[in-house]
Design a protein around this ligand. Structure first.
Ligand SMILES: Nc1ncnc2c1ncn2[C@@H]1O[C@H](COP(=O)(O)OP(=O)(O)OP(=O)(O)O)[C@@H](O)[C@H]1O
Ligand SMILES: [Mg+2]
Length: 335
């Protein structure tokens, strides 16, 4: 069941238009008559509330997630289930691009820009982890970049509901999520805050190098690759630049070898950011995503990816001035 423009949900939200569809639901732009404002409404897969236990869990987890109030977290407002059994929740309507869309356009990011984004994701996670909430489904689709690369992390609380409602039909969808899953979760179902830190490391890797280490792999290949450490050749480490030790530490398979918490990882990144300048020698930043492919044993493709580092002056070379000029300033302050 889906909604149509004009439908009313929860007695106060009028559907305006469908924004898009993800692996696990549909998102609409709606009008909230109580606040007279536009918000987003998401209907995750009905399968998550088809039984009593998951239904209770959905309400509980989403109410818990609604307590998150960090500026880098997409704010949840309301949660409910329609009389027909369709779960829904409303949230802040975001005007921005997801990292996934930005990567499609820019291909890869200069390290200071990627680090700035990662710090903000970690700040969002820091609040959640302190409240006992693990995201579990961080990926480029769930991180929005608004004006000035101000980060908004979406979909807290949802993965835990999905895990309850295992379904064969969801296996295919898992391919989009699998590359970002920490191995201990994928293999043993072990959950903890450090699984999110692993994913931030993978996001940093992908933002800077232009490609996930699991790109173009199928379900089984990813599952088997996750049993091993992510290969980091000297060349890749070189391309990751000052972010290399942080990426290397956070993507380790053993959670005990990663950072202890989001704050530690963010402060290490902040330190590194303080030492960085805009890359002056573009030739040093050649074609990083090709090296990712080579490390993963993927044959060379014909199309040469656009590396933003090789093209100074492109829009994506412009990261927030405060990051470069005043690295000690918190990225928490909205632009
Ligand atoms: N709060 C929001 N404000 C504006 N647009 C949103 C919001 N949340 C999601 N969207 C948009 O709705 C679409 C679907 O998002 P959705 O979260 O369902 O999919 P996804 O992130 O790709 O996958 P998943 O279901 O695994 O989260 C995407 O195009 C996304 O940009
Ligand atoms: Mg999402």
């Amino acid at each position: 069941m889906t909604f149509r423009p004009g439908d009313t949900v929860g007695d106060r939200y009028t559907i305006r238009e469908r924004i898009g569809r993800g692996g696990a639901g549909v998102v609409y732009r709606v009008h909230d008559s109580q606040t007279d404002s536009g918000v987003a409404l998401k209907t995750p897969l009905p399968v998550i509330v088809q039984q009593e236990k998951p239904r209770q869990r959905f309400s509980r987890e989403m109410r818990l997630a609604a307590r998150l109030s960090h500026p880098h977290t997409v704010k949840l407002f309301d949660v409910g289930i329609t009389p027909g059994g369709l779960p829904w929740f409303t949230m802040e309507l975001i005007k921005g691009r997801r990292i996934r869309d930005t990567m499609r356009i820019d291909n890869c990011m200069a390290p200071p820009r990627a680090i700035n984004i990662a710090i903000q994701i970690l700040q969002s996670l820091g609040e959640a982890h302190a409240m006992g909430i693990v995201h579990r489904d961080l990926k480029p689709e769930n991180v929005f970049l608004t004006d000035g690369d101000f980060v908004k992390v979406a979909d807290f609380g949802l993965a835990v509901c999905m895990a309850d409602a295992e379904s064969v039909t969801m296996l295919g969808e898992a391919v989009g999520t699998l590359p970002y899953m920490a191995p201990e979760y994928l293999i043993d179902g072990e959950v903890g805050p450090r699984m999110d830190l692993h994913t931030v490391g993978l996001l940093l890797y992908e933002m800077i190098l232009g490609q996930s280490p699991f790109a173009k792999m199928g379900l089984r290949e990813i599952q088997s690759a996750k049993q091993r450490e992510v290969p980091l050749s000297r060349e890749l480490l070189h391309q990751l630049g000052p972010a290399a030790p942080i990426v290397a530490r956070s993507i380790q398979n053993d959670p005990d070898r990663r950072y202890a918490n989001a704050e530690d990882m963010a402060s290490h990144l902040q330190e590194v950011l303080g030492t960085m300048e805009v890359p002056r020698a573009p030739s040093a930043w050649k074609n990083p995503s090709m090296m990712v492919k080579e490390a993963a044993g993927v044959p060379r493709a014909r199309r040469r990816p656009k590396a933003e580092h090789t093209q100074p002056g492109r829009r994506s070379d412009v990261f927030p001035v405060e990051v470069v000029a005043s690295p000690s300033k918190s990225v928490l302050t909205p632009p």
